[in-house]
Design a protein around this ligand. Structure first.
Ligand SMILES: Nc1ncnc2c1ncn2[C@@H]1O[C@H](COP(=O)(O)OP(=O)(O)OP(=O)(O)O)[C@@H](O)[C@H]1O
Length: 295
């Protein structure tokens, strides 16, 4: 009982000594609030913060206090009065820098809808560049060079590897496929967000190259049943090929943990999936610690 009274009186005396300082000193209030919220303890290590660090102290207020104008003045006079009291004009510098362009890696099992989602995303959102892959395979009828792929000879492809011009490449069924770095650099310099479409293995390789500097989105169907139905309806694979794709998907879905986001592309809900991808991009652009990539 006695002990409790001693603690209560100690707490009272501490409150009395701390409170006036906090009320008079806004920077002390801010720092107390930051400590209470634990802000100073957590700091992500993805890049420099967007917001200017630190706040202007209230030195001006202490130096020479100019009283605020009465409530009756108009908006403009009130603004000038506030500036006078603060001791300097309001800054019109933006609080934040423009968001950096993103690299968005979209992956997922075969037949889940990667192409469909990316195609729709390009239709509904400006400033998206879907990277055209370079390949050493021959052009198929109807394919357009520079739109579907950059068709290059095997020798050209090998010299691109030699000159370190590819972000990632793979040899698939005897033909090379790779992502040209310069194309990414050029479009990022124009402020475009970059979309890369890769299979799950390709995503793992890109993660090892890009780490957290890119956003990795995993696309899934709502279930294995739904994925199988989609593949059967697409009618672009032989039965054997479908079997391989569905069996591979069983393994691939376990890789979801290596991605930043998962989007369920449910049957008949393509637009909802694209909206979710757009929300992810918007949220990424609002991050305080922006992802920063150098190629
Ligand atoms: N939400 C959806 N609802 C119904 N059908 C869809 C949906 N999304 C995509 N599809 C259809 O599913 C099929 C597979 O889609 P798509 O070709 O885009 O998959 P993919 O992941 O790019 O496949 P792959 O990796 O084999 O190229 C296509 O016929 C497409 O039109």
């Amino acid at each position: 009982m006695l002990l409790r009274r001693v603690y209560a009186s100690l707490a009272r005396s501490q409150r009395q000594s701390v409170l006036p300082r906090l009320v008079l000193d806004p920077s002390a209030r801010l720092s107390a609030a930051r400590t209470q919220l634990g802000f100073s303890k957590h700091r992500e290590s993805l890049g420099p913060p967007l917001m200017a660090s630190g706040c202007r102290s209230d030195e001006a207020l202490r130096r020479r206090y100019i009283p605020l104008p009465p409530d009756s003045v108009d908006k403009d006079q009130m603004l000038r009065g506030l500036e006078a009291t603060l001791g300097s004009p309001f800054s019109s510098d933006p609080y934040t820098s423009p968001a950096k362009p993103l690299i968005i890696v979209i992956s997922g099992p075969s037949g889940v809808g990667k192409d469909a989602v990316i195609k729709r995303l390009q239709e509904v959102r400006e400033g998206i560049h879907f990277v055209v892959t370079a390949t050493s395979r021959a052009k198929r009828p109807g394919e357009i060079d520079g739109k579907d792929y950059y068709f290059v000879s095997k020798e050209e492809f090998l010299s691109m590897i030699e000159r370190d011009e590819l972000l990632e490449y793979a040899l698939v069924y005897g033909e090379y496929k790779g992502i040209p770095k310069q194309q990414i650099r050029d479009f990022m310099a124009k402020g475009h967000d970059i979309v890369l479409r890769v299979d799950v293995q390709g995503a793992a390789t890109l993660r090892s190259i890009l780490g957290n500097s890119a956003v990795f989105i995993f696309l899934v169907a709502e279930s294995e049943q739904a994925l199988a139905e989609r593949l059967v309806s697409r009618k672009t694979e032989t039965n054997d090929m479908m079997l391989v794709r569905i069996a591979t998907a069983r393994v691939e879905v376990k890789c979801v943990k290596d991605f930043d986001y998962v989007v369920v592309n449910a049957e008949g809900r393509l637009d909802a999936s694209v909206k979710l991808v757009e929300s992810i991009i918007d949220a990424e652009k609002a991050r305080v610690c922006q992802r920063s990539v150098s190629l």
